[in-house]
Design a protein around this ligand. Structure first.
Ligand SMILES: [Ca+2]
Ligand SMILES: [Ca+2]
Length: 178
C-alpha cells in the first residue's frame, strides 16, 4: 500500500520564508502506515520551525494528532527507510536543555540511531535532528534556523473503537439536550 496521496494546505504565513519556489501551496505525500500511525512527508524542504508547523497543520486537516516523527525502535527505522532515504526532520530535540534529547510526541528517548560521530553539536549547539544523514543514514543534530529538510510527519489515527465511543458519547449528549 504505497500510493501517493497529496493533500493541499491553504497558504498561510508558513511559507513566507520557506518558499524558494513561487509555490503558494504546501503539499504532503503519504508514505505508509505502521501500527496505526501514518507517515507523511512534505514535498518541500522547510526550515525547522516551519516543519513543526507543517506537522500541526496536517494534524488539523486530518483531525488527528500529528507531530514530527518519533522513531522509537529499529522496526520503525526500517519501515521508514524502506519508504524514503531522503534527509528529513524528525521530532527529536534538545532545545530545552543541551544534551537532554526528547521527542515532540512525549515518548521516552530510549532508542537512537545516530550517524557515526553524531550528535556532535557542530559549531556550538545543534538542538534539532534529521534522519537519513550521510552514508550510514543515521541521525544528525542540526541547527534549528539555518538548515532545510523535508518534514517527516507521524499521524496517530484514532482507532475505530475510539471513534465508535465518541459517536456514542455524541448521541448521548444530544439526547440529554432534549
Ligand atoms: Ca513513532
Ligand atoms: Ca551534527
Amino acid at each position: 500500500m504505497n500510493y501517493k496521496h497529496v493533500i493541499t494546505i491553504t497558504a498561510t504565513g508558513l511559507l513566507a520564508c520557506a518558499a524558494s519556489t513561487a509555490s503558494a501551496e504546501l503539499t504532503y505525500t503519504y508514505l505508509g502506515e505502521l501500527d496505526g500511525h501514518e507517515y507523511w512527508v512534505t514535498d518541500l524542504e522547510l526550515e525547522y520551525y516551519d516543519a513543526r508547523e507543517a506537522a500541526d497543520q496536517l494534524g488539523a486537516d486530518l483531525g488527528a494528532t500529528a507531530y514530527l516523527a518519533s522513531i522509537t525502535s529499529q522496526e520503525e527505522t526500517d519501515f521508514i527507510q524502506a519508504l524514503s532515504l531522503d534527509v528529513m526532520w524528525i521530532g527529536l530535540n534538545d532545545l530545552d536543555l543541551d544534551g537532554e534529547w526528547s521527542w515532540d510526541s512525549g515518548e521516552a528517548y530510549d532508542y537512537n540511531d545516530w550517524a557515526s560521530g553524531e550528535p556532535n553539536g557542530n559549531v556550538g549547539d545543534e538542538p534539532v535532528v534529521v534522519m537519513n544523514w550521510n552514508d550510514d543514514y543515521g541521525w544528525n543534530d542540526w541547527k534549528d534556523l539555518d538548515r532545510y529538510a523535508m518534514a517527516l510527519i507521524e499521524v496517530a489515527i484514532p482507532a475505530p473503537g475510539v471513534l465508535g465511543l465518541l459517536g456514542i458519547a455524541g448521541l448521548t449528549s444530544r439526547r440529554r439536550r432534549r
